[in-house]
Ligand binder design. Structure first.
Ligand SMILES: [Zn+2]
Length: 173
């Protein structure tokens, strides 16, 4: 996941977010998603939404959790925002595993993760998502440290390009 996210930042196609939908028992990857908001100009194209949508398409069912013998999990390199938590509830995927808390992702990226309620874990549990794990994996922590520098450089490049385009564009803000 770190390699996918690093490539997204390096190529300037999106924010430093990646998500996988895995078969919980085997660990097989059902789908992978990256943040496509900037490259596609689609605000809801967060990595989680992309991964969950692709999983539904691949499984051929809007509810990939229909078969209880094949539980699936969403694995993300940062805590999902309020929109992605809502998408997860309706996705059929029954477990969530993420690396860093939302406030840390907000600090690094400058993105607003939205009004995530303080009791979001309890709300997910009441929506039949019994497993919500936030962990602090060393590899994820290392990645976010390096990603922070790369993301700040990418933002600087983007800002500089925008500044140079002032007066010559005519495109959307
Ligand atoms: Zn999101």
């Amino acid at each position: 996941m770190n390699r996918i996210t690093a490539r997204t930042v390096e190529e300037g196609t999106g924010g430093p977010f990646a998500a996988l939908v895995l078969d919980s028992d085997t660990g097989d990857v059902v789908s992978a998603g990256v943040n496509l908001v900037l490259s596609a100009n689609v605000a809801p194209a967060h990595a989680e939404v992309v991964a969950l949508s692709l999983a539904q398409t691949r499984v051929g069912d809007w509810n990939p959790g229909t078969d209880p013998a094949r539980p699936r999990a969403l694995v993300v390199n940062a805590q999902p925002c309020v929109m992605c938590l809502g998408t997860l509830i309706w996705s059929g995927v029954k477990a969530l595993d993420f690396s860093v808390p939302g406030f840390e992702a907000e600090r690094i990226t400058g993105f607003d993760e939205g009004p995530v309620p303080a009791d979001w874990r309890e709300q997910l549990e009441s929506a039949a998502l019994p497993s919500t794990r936030g962990c602090s994996r060393k590899s994820a922590r290392r990645f976010w440290k390096t990603s922070e520098a790369a993301w700040q450089q990418a933002r600087l490049r983007s800002t500089t390009a925008d500044d140079l385009d002032l007066g010559g564009g005519g495109g959307p803000p």
